[in-house]
Design a protein around this ligand. Structure first.
Ligand SMILES: Nc1ncnc2c1ncn2[C@@H]1O[C@H](COP(=O)(O)OP(=O)(O)OP(=O)(O)O)[C@@H](O)[C@H]1O
Ligand SMILES: [Mg+2]
Length: 601
């Protein structure tokens, strides 16, 4: 492909037009056909008018000439509203298609790095909400602006072509002048630098300020810290800044406007002067004068206008979606293994000299981490904030791959296991678990399970009386209900216990009881351990009353294992674990709480 063609294909406008047939091929085809027809009609109309005048002058039969004019006039009237309806429809379908593509680009990759990659953040901000009318009109509206702009452009070119019948230079002069306005005003209308970091950052900040204002999670802090005014100011300032950037980039420049006006006036003066000369010299009959005058006026439809900004506003998010689609499938990719597995691990899980660094951070979280966990046992991991505990859990779910070293499941590298089948073997309560705005049933078994299984899991998690299975866990739905933090945690636990009942054999519990009251925690954790008896359980917790119940405890510091043993062994070892345990034990009055904090069992 030559460079000019490559450049054209890479243009966001081009990419936008390639999206239309992908959204709805027949509709896009019809839209283009009517668009071209609408574009050509004015030129046919001026020819028909000239013809009619000629016929009148000659005194010939009028019917046919009047018929042509009538048909063209009718089409000119009727095609506009029809095309407007088609534009709205095609715009909605294109927006829906882009949202579908964006959703699958986010969800489909097996890994999750693509969602954390700062290089995608700006495109994501633009693509996520493009059709809400915040950054420009929604596509169902802007498609009509785009259509009108294109119709005018084609109409202008077609009118110019009519002038070839007058002389070879007339269309070149006039169309050239009107096209020149596009070049002279090229800085205006089109927001060329909208993809710069400055613009996209401003958009992201405005977007964030808007979200903390309108979404419930920030409502408490906004009020308690007196941030309402601050949020409004921030939103307004960022939006104003964004508009200033847009204005500075796209405003009409006086000098360019001056030259544009001069150019088109000069071209029109030359042409009309020439026609006047021809008319007075008797070389140009009345019918031709009418046709050419209207064609010359029609050529002005080529002028720089609304097409640029409408197309720019629609093409920018469309090309952001296409960029994300291509980039995220690559960044979020994890090579799938081939071994389909059930009921693993049967022997052990081995972290072998594991090093892991998040692609976005500058230093590794885990450094030469080695540890073996026998299948069917329970291991607790303790350590300070940021030690790498959650990271270990995510690596076991194979949401990321290690930078070096490996994770062996029954001696097989985790990367050789078929991802989907491995993930069916694993279940997890994540520290920041999801609270689905769905029914209790769907929260416990998102992919479905028998009611008895769901109810048993809820009972084990102490969540049996929270709501009916079909109650939506959100007040924003009719008949829905809200849960407290601890109640939600019980639901998340029930989700994991349900997965164990459905066959998961590795259970990851990352701070599963952090929000439970202290009595509930002790009681539930005993039940959880009992129901995951046959599974391998990894518990991450800062609560030593639960940690102590695990078969083995691993103390993690700066991504390395510094102590490993049973509660008893580590207490006798008198190291970091004991210090942490004693510190926490001294804060609790075991008589009041009923929680075991005896130093040794
Ligand atoms: N998605 C991420 N991208 C980049 N860095 C991350 C990401 N998640 C965690 N980190 C960094 O990795 C380190 C370990 O984080 P991790 O969440 O594993 O700690 P943790 O031991 O679970 O801590 P906590 O006790 O607070 O839950 C931290 O320094 C954190 O900033
Ligand atoms: Mg964590």
């Amino acid at each position: 492909m030559n460079t000019a063609l490559k450049k054209l294909v890479a243009r966001q406008e081009w990419q936008f037009f390639t999206v239309l047939p992908r959204a709805d091929r027949p509709l896009a085809l019809l839209w283009w056909m009517i668009l071209v027809l609408r574009g050509l009609l004015p030129a046919f109309f001026v020819i028909a008018m000239g013809h009619l005048i000629g016929v009148v002058q000659r005194g010939s039969e009028l019917t046919a000439a009047l018929g042509y004019v009538g048909i063209l006039f009718f089409l000119l009237q009727i095609l506009t509203p029809v095309h407007q309806a088609l534009s709205a429809n095609l715009g909605s379908k294109t927006a829906a298609w882009l949202y579908d593509e964006l959703t699958s680009a986010c969800v489909a990759p097996a890994g999750m790095i693509h969602l954390e990659n700062p290089q995608h953040t700006n495109d994501l901000t633009m693509a996520r909400d493009f059709d809400l009318g915040i950054s420009g009109p929604p596509l169902s509206i802007s498609m009509d602006f785009i259509a009108s702009g294109l119709v005018e452009f084609i109409g202008g070119v077609a009118s110019a072509c009519v002038l070839f019948a007058y002389s070879w230079w007339a269309p070149l002069l006039l169309a050239g002048a009107w096209l020149g306005t596009h070049w002279l005003l090229r800085e205006s209308g089109v927001w060329k630098d909208r993809n710069t970091d400055e613009v996209q950052n401003a958009q992201r900040h405005a977007d964030y300020s808007y979200r903390i204002a309108v979404d419930p999670p920030a409502a408490k802090e906004l009020r308690m810290f007196g941030l309402s005014g601050w949020t409004i100011d921030r939103f307004r300032d960022q939006r104003r800044y964004l508009h200033e950037l847009r204005w500075a980039a796209t405003r009409l420049r006086e000098r360019s406007v001056f030259w544009s006006v001069l150019l088109v006036v000069a071209a029109n003066v030359i042409l009309f002067w020439s026609m006047a000369q021809a008319a007075t010299g008797g070389y140009l009959p009345l019918d031709r004068i009418v046709t050419f005058s209207f064609a010359a006026i029609g050529t002005s439809m080529i002028a720089f206008g609304g097409l640029s900004w409408a197309l720019d506003g629609a093409a920018a998010p469309a090309s952001a979606v296409l960029r994300l689609q291509a980039a995220m499938s690559e960044t979020g990719k994890l090579n799938d293994g081939e071994l389909s597995v059930v009921g693993m691990p049967q022997q052990d899980i081995e972290f072998n000299n594991l090093t892991f660094q998040y692609p976005t951070s500058s230093s590794p979280v885990l450094k030469g981490f080695s540890l073996t966990i026998p299948a069917g046992s329970s291991l607790a991991i303790v350590g300070q904030n940021g030690a790498g505990k959650t990271t270990l859990a995510k690596l076991l779910c194979r949401l990321y791959d290690p930078s070096s070293g490996n994770i062996l499941i029954d001696g097989i590298d985790i990367r050789k296991l078929e991802l989907s089948s491995w993930r069916k073997n694993v279940t997890a309560v994540f520290q920041d678990f999801i609270r689905f705005e769905l029914t209790l049933r769907e929260n416990v078994a998102p992919k479905g399970a028998a009611d008895e299984v769901i109810l048993a899991a809820l009972a084990e998690a102490g969540a049996e009386h929270l709501a009916e299975l079909d109650t939506i866990l959100s007040k924003s739905y009719a008949g829905g209900t809200d849960l407290s933090g601890g109640q939600w945690q019980r639901v998340a636990l029930a989700r994991t216990l349900c997965a164990v009942k459905l066959g998961a054999s590795l259970v990851l519990l990352d701070e599963p009881t952090a929000q439970l009251d202290i009595r509930g925690e002790a009681e539930i954790f005993d039940r959880v351990l009992a129901s995951t008896r046959n599974a391998t359980t990894i518990l991450i917790s800062h609560r030593f009353s639960t940690v102590r119940k695990a078969d083995k405890i691993c103390v993690l510091e700066h991504g390395e294992v510094i102590e490993l043993g049973s509660h008893k062994e580590l207490m006798e070892f008198n190291g970091r674990y004991r210090t942490m345990f004693d510190l926490q034990a001294s804060r609790f009055d075991s008589e009041e709480t009923g929680v075991e904090f005896d130093v040794l069992d």
